[in-house]
Design a protein around this ligand. Structure first.
Ligand code: IVH
Length: 381
């Protein structure tokens, strides 16, 4: 992204967590065997959920999973919060505890002009605020997708996921850790060398194919007369409902995915934290640590780069496996971001550039009841 600071190739040491674990020694004790199973399950979950490249059949994964469950049931002292078995929820929660965000979760100003001029207006404003002359080089941006899901803050302490919270009002969200643990793409444990405190921010969403499959299943349940079942209006609605389920076992049946796009609280470099210079450096670290970062994320320069990205993604929009409602532009250099600062609760260094809405309200003008050969009645809107 920034040629001045090329990102180093991923050191293999950061991937140790996902490396193929050694084969089972014969006489391993339960603690050793549990650790080994966890490592294997972490590895295969990463292959399956993040890389889309499973190495073993599902049945084999299930077998390893059940073996770990059995050991943990027999030796509860071996249970740890990062165990893959903790992704499937057990206890039913009464309510969600409030979580005060260490760093507020901001929103983004939206550019309502869906034409190319929307991107040009943003770049012109950034240049004005940075007091750049026409002769100064173009500003570097990171251009991202604007995912249509719900914002989530994931807090890791010493490499373990300790809390997942919704955005709420930006200052205080809801603790949905139990449900978020069921999302296969969200790492429960991070590799060696991550900052002692790391909050990853991103979007929980439902893929379109997962949404269709979920609704097909819901229709079957409704047809079978199961009370309280419903279909979902759109993937965002289904994702939000799943995250706010009181019963994590139900949340676990709703297939959710995750994209990382930022951070909240992170340890200082003096405390073992990173010294990122750009937003892109930060995204690449998150990717190295096992978080999904959308492959479309791009480094672009100036208004022309933003316009090109907006048009390119606009053409691909319907082909993406998930919904987006626009793109997001962010000034890449973190020093410049700090210089630009915030207005009320929105950073001056970012903007959401929308596409025309895909979802619209319509009016049912009439319902005709068709009578089939066998006398079956089918209402048609
Ligand atoms: S950045 C400081 N990046 O849009 C800026 N947000 O109003 C913080 N969203 O509900 C947000 N895709 O969940 C950012 N690539 C992206 C995003 C994104 C979707 C959502 C976010 C929040 C809203 C921001």
């Amino acid at each position: 992204c920034s040629p001045e600071h090329p990102h180093p190739t991923r050191p293999m040491s950061t991937l140790d967590l996902f490396a193929e674990p050694p084969a089972a020694p014969d006489a391993a004790g339960p603690a050793q065997r549990a650790a080994q199973l966890r490592a294997q399950l972490h590895h295969h979950a990463h292959q399956y959920y993040t890389l889309d490249a499973p190495e073993i059949p599902d049945a084999e994964y299930d077998r390893l999973f059940r073996e770990l469950q059995a050991i943990e049931a027999e030796h509860p002292e071996l249970l740890s919060p990062d165990s893959p078995t903790q992704r499937v929820g057990g206890a039913v929660l009464d309510a969600f505890a409030p979580v005060r965000h260490a760093v507020p979760m901001l929103s983004i100003r939206t550019e309502t002009d869906t034409e190319a001029s929307g991107a040009q207006t943003f770049d012109a404003r950034i240049r004005r605020e940075l007091k750049l002359q026409d002769s100064d080089p173009p500003v570097r941006y990171v251009a991202e997708l604007k995912f249509d899901g719900l914002a989530m803050s994931l807090r890791y302490e010493n490499g373990l996921l300790v809390q997942a919270a919704t955005r709420g009002d930006g200052e205080t969200g809801e603790d949905v850790t139990h449900n978020v643990r069921t999302i296969g793409q969200i790492p429960l444990a991070l590799p060696e060398g991550v900052p002692p405190v790391l909050e990853v921010r991103g979007e929980v969403y439902m893929r379109r194919d997962d949404f269709e499959a979920l609704n097909a299943r819901q229709r079957q349940r409704i047809a079978a007369g199961i009370k309280g079942e419903k279909t979902f209006v759109n993937p965002r609605n289904a994702a939000a409902g799943a995250v706010r389920q009181l019963d994590p076992a139900i949340a676990a049946q709703r297939p959710l995915s995750f994209f990382a796009y930022g951070v909240g609280e992170v340890s200082d470099p003096a405390q073992g934290g990173p010294a990122w210079e750009t937003h892109h450096d930060m995204l690449m670290s998150l990717r190295d640590w096992g978080f999904p970062v959308a492959e479309q994320t791009a480094c672009v320069q100036g208004a022309a780069g933003l316009v090109d990205f907006h048009q390119r993604i606009g053409m691909q929009r319907d082909l993406l496996p998930f919904d987006i409602d626009g793109v997001v532009y962010k000034v890449n250099n973190l020093g410049l971001q700090a210089q630009l600062g915030f207005v009320t609760r929105e950073p001056r260094w970012a903007v959401a550039h929308k596409y025309p809405a895909q979802e619209a309200l319509t009016v049912v003008q009439a319902i005709e009841v068709q009578v089939g050969r066998t006398g079956k009645l089918t209402p048609v809107a």
